[in-house]
Design a protein around this ligand. Structure first.
Ligand SMILES: Nc1ncnc2c1ncn2[C@@H]1O[C@H](COP(=O)(O)OP(=O)(O)OP(=O)(O)O)[C@@H](O)[C@H]1O
Ligand SMILES: [Mg+2]
Length: 308
């Protein structure tokens, strides 16, 4: 089964799609079978970054059951190391308001893709869909710019993702879940307090669920005078949300990105020596190591061969 990686952010326009498209391409160039899924319903544009203007099929065709299999909406870039893309274009009211069952069908079908890595662009914001798609993955990446407003949005995004994670650790029919869903919260502490009040032991259960939630931080459009104090940020996140956010790396502000956009090519393909491309390569190398940790070490058919 593929390792899944999702990318999210509180604020829009922070570079999620640019990062994920380049990460997908670099992983494909390094020998991985990769599928990039554009779940940015309403704002899908990953296909444009690869110069694919009118995809024959998109995710909407699968969601509206115009096609039976998710495989029918996969586009393969044979000239880009066989990189696969599920374009997200063509959003309709139906696709924007997916039901729980539709969401489950989509997530189940992603698990059937015959690839090593699935990269999911969940889009910006904190809707239930966005948070659920973000949390679905084995590895989560969250992006911020080095500006205070972006960092605040990043913090709010993480806070809501954390609360969603806590909620999903209880059965939806349970007393705790029913009570928590009725309330709105301004901090994780409030959630844990109410959970414990509703059912003794719930706090510990929730904290246990959070132990495995380690979203990775990327600071994009980094400039010399806009440095983020990652230690302080991590301390604050740890204190108030009870989670760690390890750094995956920084990507500098780079004019070459605009040129790549105009050329409809990922920057790592057009200008591999640009500073942003080099930063992307370092991030890819780290991600590659993580993928190995998540991947079952030997595929079943290889296991059979080994035992003969
Ligand atoms: N490091 C960078 N240097 C210069 N420009 C950048 C950098 N990163 C991203 N950009 C530019 O910022 C804009 C937004 O990037 P992108 O579309 O990838 O963001 P996004 O987070 O996916 O946005 P949305 O939330 O709307 O989907 C694009 O024009 C992109 O080329
Ligand atoms: Mg985007």
């Amino acid at each position: 089964m593929a390792v899944t990686i999702s990318i999210g952010s509180g604020k829009g326009g922070v570079g999620k799609t640019m990062i994920l498209c380049n990460l997908a391409l670099l992983l494909a160039k390094r020998g991985k079978k990769v599928c990039l899924v554009d779940l940015d319903i309403g704002g899908a544009d990953a296909h444009l970054l690869f110069g694919l203007f009118n995809p024959k099929h998109s995710l909407a065709d699968f969601l509206t059951r115009k096609v039976d299999s998710i495989q029918d909406v996969v586009h393969t870039f044979y000239s880009l190391n066989g990189l696969q893309l599920i374009p997200g274009s063509g959003s309709t009211l139906q696709t924007a308001n997916m039901t729980f069952q539709e969401k489950q069908r989509l997530l189940r079908s992603l698990n059937t893709l015959d690839v090593d890595v699935i990269l999911i662009d969940v889009g910006a914001g904190t809707s239930y869909h966005t948070l659920d798609f973000f949390m679905f993955s084995d590895i989560q990446i969250c992006v911020t710019l080095p500006e205070p407003t972006s960092i605040m949005d990043f913090y709010s995004f993480l806070q809501l993702a954390t609360i969603r994670k806590v909620l999903s650790s209880f059965l939806s029919s349970s007393q705790v879940s029913t009570t928590l869903k009725k309330q709105s919260f301004s901090s994780l502490a409030e959630v844990l307090e109410l959970a414990e009040k509703t059912q003794p032991g719930a706090k510990e259960k929730a904290q246990k669920a959070l132990r495995y939630f380690h979203p990775l931080l990327v600071v994009n459009r980094d400039t010399t005078n806009g440095k983020v104090n990652k230690n302080k940020l991590n301390q604050m996140i740890n204190k108030y949300l009870g989670i760690e956010v390890p750094s995956l790396g920084n990507i500098p502000e780079d004019k070459a990105i605009a040129d790549a956009l105009k050329a409809y090519m990922p920057i790592c393909e057009l200008s591999p020596n640009a500073s942003a491309s080099k930063a992307m390569l370092q991030i890819t190398e780290k991600i590659e190591k993580l993928i190995e940790l998540f991947r079952p070490s030997i595929k079943p058919e290889e296991q059979k061969k080994e035992s003969i």
